[in-house]
Design a protein. Structure first.
Length: 384
């Protein structure tokens, strides 16, 4: 992790006291963003489906409903969503609610398209009626690109596409964003509309099915080996705080009235963090140490097809926003293992732990240095 300080003060100046509408706060990335927005002093109204009532979740672990004005609604229902936000006049909208997994999209393709495409249009249509609106950020995915198996990273202007329902739905969501940008957000005095595309994120509090790190944690709990379907697949791996930092930098610029930040943005990791699944699995195993599960590579059953390689080019965000990854892949894994160890101990304050992880991300403190950096945190870290 670099030594220089992340400019969170600018984010706070821009976002403190601002009315923000966030969708998808009951999910993994949305829960972390809700926590960070609270830290920055934003006044956040959040809308999403109810959190899963089976098993653990970040929402329950850190009490996200206590961080925001918590509202429940299905974004596919235009009338219900309009009623849910009828008293909202947001300065900024961050739309994260989505069906976020590839394999379930094969099981429920219609639901995937309804949520990711129609749901995006519903949110944008409601947003354009907010009188105070300065900007909108729509979170899509790196899988929105027409993946040609290139060894180099995709850039924002590359062709959109998708050979599976999830990827296609994200490409379609980007087309919806562009249509709304040209039709309703194109005037000089109109709000600014941006979309953001991140890599494969991981971090504490993700319990989704068919994701590598949550699968490993479930295997630790059950004392069983982990089935790794596609060990040779190459992905741009990053800690969840990395793209969220980029989203917040973009949000600050939108609130400040910078019209140049409209359009699409990639927030992907450095080249050293774009590795195959087997490599990341080995890093998690090494960081976990004693009690780590064994791995079975290759899926014995029929698996739906997934892209073998995917990389992102984030040069635009580096040059125009000043964003760049702050965590090495090893540090990202260490932070993630730290969080799950604390969660499995069942003795830690996971909101405090999550807040401290954001704090050390901001300050550029490596995981191993934390006890020296923050003695108060020793009590939290000790139970992990």
């Amino acid at each position: 992790m670099p030594d220089q300080r992340f400019d969170e003060e600018r984010l706070s100046r821009a976002l403190a006291g601002r009315r923000i509408l966030l969708t998808g706060h009951t999910g993994f990335k949305g829960g972390w963003l809700a926590l960070w927005l609270r830290r920055l002093g934003a006044d956040t109204t959040a809308v999403a489906l109810p959190p899963c009532d089976r098993g653990p979740s970040l929402f329950k672990a850190i009490g996200v409903d206590g961080l925001v004005d918590h509202r429940l609604c299905d974004i596919r229902d235009e009338a219900a969503f309009a009623k849910t936000v009828e008293d909202v006049d947001a300065d900024l909208v961050i739309h994260m609610a989505a069906q976020a997994l590839v394999r379930p999209s094969y099981v429920s393709p219609i639901e995937t398209f309804q949520t990711n495409v129609v749901g995006t249009a519903v949110v944008l249509d409601a947003a354009r009626r907010f009188r105070s609106l300065k900007g909108v950020i729509v979170v899509t995915s790196d899988k929105c690109y027409d993946n040609q198996g290139w060894s180099w990273g995709y850039r924002e202007a590359d062709r959109l596409g998708g050979s599976d329902p999830y990827s296609a739905s994200k490409g379609c969501a980007e087309l919806v964003v562009e249509a709304y940008r040209r039709s309703f957000f194109g005037e000089a005095d109109s709000p600014v509309l941006a979309s953001v595309r991140a890599g494969n994120v991981f971090g504490g509090g993700d319990w989704s099915v068919d994701r590598l790190v949550p699968d490993i944690i479930r295997a630790v709990e059950a004392g069983k080996p982990v089935q790794v379907r596609n060990p040779a697949s190459v992905r741009p791996w990053q800690h969840v705080l990395e793209p969220l930092a980029g989203y917040l930098m973009l949000a600050a610029r939108l609130i400040e009235g910078d019209r140049s930040v409209g359009g699409a943005w990639n927030f992907g990791p450095d080249a050293e963090a774009t590795v195959d699944v087997a490599t990341l699995a080995g890093m998690v195993e090494s960081a976990w140490g004693r009690g780590a599960p064994s791995f079975v590579f290759g899926d014995p059953g029929q698996s739906p097809p997934e892209a073998a390689i995917l990389r992102l080019d984030s040069g635009k965000a580096r040059e125009q926003l000043g964003w760049r990854p702050r965590l090495s892949l090893a540090d990202a894994v260490a932070m993630t293992v730290e969080w799950y160890r604390a969660a499995l101990s069942a003795r830690c304050d996971l909101r405090l732990l999550s807040e401290r992880q954001i704090a050390r991300y901001v300050l550029g403190v490596r995981p191993a240095a934390l006890p020296q950096f923050d003695p108060v945190f020793r009590e939290v870290a000790a139970c992990a």
